[in-house]
Design a protein around this ligand. Structure first.
Ligand code: A3P
Length: 326
């Protein structure tokens, strides 16, 4: 029997099986053989029980903040490398490996009752994310937030503009969303980042090819904005969180901010920063009409999907966006 040195052997192997060269991290806790050889210092509990997957600009930070108020819910450690979002399943961080990811979720010392979660708002439309997330966290609940995709696109444009993005500052929103294939790359990229995540049905179907409908939990982002107490109470029940925390005692509407904020004392609230709930002019009518038409087939598919997923009420914004062309 002839063999090669390990490195050569690996080269030969991946030449024969190129499809396997991209790693997929499985869950060591789901395979007794893996569990047996796993380091004694590792714990199955040190992985998230649910993921908030986005998309961006739908209220993910508010949801993250409200969830973190619960004494038994904890998110990942904040690192200077990754800030609030780990973004493990979508980018190069995935190649840093399982140990790197698990270090963000230290084993709870007081009890095993802690519900760990992670929020990375770019997971929603990431090409490889559902497959990778399912390989590692097959039992996790997957939470997404949806608002009108037209509004989401505009919020993203305003977000990137206020961060000094040259393209967003040189072109109007209408120019961005209507730019064509012959436009320059920066404009096309910005257009795609405004529009692509809003194809909700397509992205949700992708998640549903890995997770069952029972694993998916969809929140109406407009309801999170207007009625977060009910949203949080319903979410806790769906996630089977114990004890149920009464959010009417944790958050209240802040007139100055124009949004719900965390109650920090009798007279004071702790609101999200300036970058969340920004002040900007309303979207122009031409852009709104363009986007309602652009998203019509996607929104129609979303209604079908939501109906298929069960008795979830169809969000008002979805009915409104569709009613413009019926
Ligand atoms: P705008 O700043 O465009 O109004 P994300 O955290 O996913 O980036 O989403 C940001 C959006 O969350 C904000 O978009 C805002 O409308 C919405 N939002 C919902 N509830 C909020 C809250 N309690 N405080 C601040 N923003 C909230």
């Amino acid at each position: 029997l002839v063999s090669e040195a390990p490195l050569q052997l690996a080269h030969t192997y991946f030449r024969l099986h190129p499809e396997e060269s991209d790693p997929i991290w499985g869950n060591p806790c789901d395979d007794p053989r893996h569990l047996k050889i796993w380091s004694k210092s590792k714990e199955c509990e040190a992985l998230p029980k649910f993921l908030v997957i986005g998309p961006q600009k739908t209220g993910t930070t508010a949801l993250y903040t409200f969830l973190s108020i619960h004494p038994n819910i904890d998110s990942n450690i904040i690192s200077p490398d990754t800030f609030e979002e780990i973004q493990f399943f979508n980018g190069n961080n995935y190649y840093r490996g399982l140990d790197w990811y698990m270090e963000f979720f230290p084993i709870p010392t007081n009890s095993t009752k802690k519900y760990m979660f992670e929020k990375s708002a770019t997971y929603f439309d990431g090409e490889f994310v559902p497959k990778r997330a399912h390989a590692l966290l097959p039992h996790a609940k997957i939470i997404s937030l949806l608002i009108s995709p037209a509004k989401r696109a505009y919020s993203w444009y305003q977000h990137i503009k206020s961060h000094g993005d040259v393209t967003a500052n040189n072109y109007t929103f209408y120019q961005v969303i209507t730019s064509s294939e012959s436009s320059h790359k920066a404009l096309k990229d910005l257009r795609s980042r405004c529009l692509f995540p809003g194809k909700y049905a397509q992205h949700l179907e992708h998640w549903l090819s890995f997770y069952t409908p029972q694993h998916m939990y969809i929140i109406d982002g407009e309801q999170l904005k207007l009625n977060p107490i009910d949203v949080m109470n319903d979410l806790q029940r769906a996630l089977k969180i114990q004890p149920i925390l009464d959010y009417s005692k944790q958050i209240r509407y802040d007139v100055k901010k124009g949004f719900f904020c965390q109650i920090s004392s009798e007279k004071r609230n702790k609101c999200l920063g300036k970058s969340k709930g920004r002040q900007y002019p309303p979207m122009d009518d031409k852009s709104l009409k363009y986007l309602q038409r652009y998203y019509m087939s996607h929104n129609t598919a979303l209604v079908k999907l939501l109906k298929k997923l069960g008795s979830r009420p169809i969000p008002q914004w979805l009915k409104y966006d569709l009613s413009m062309f019926s």
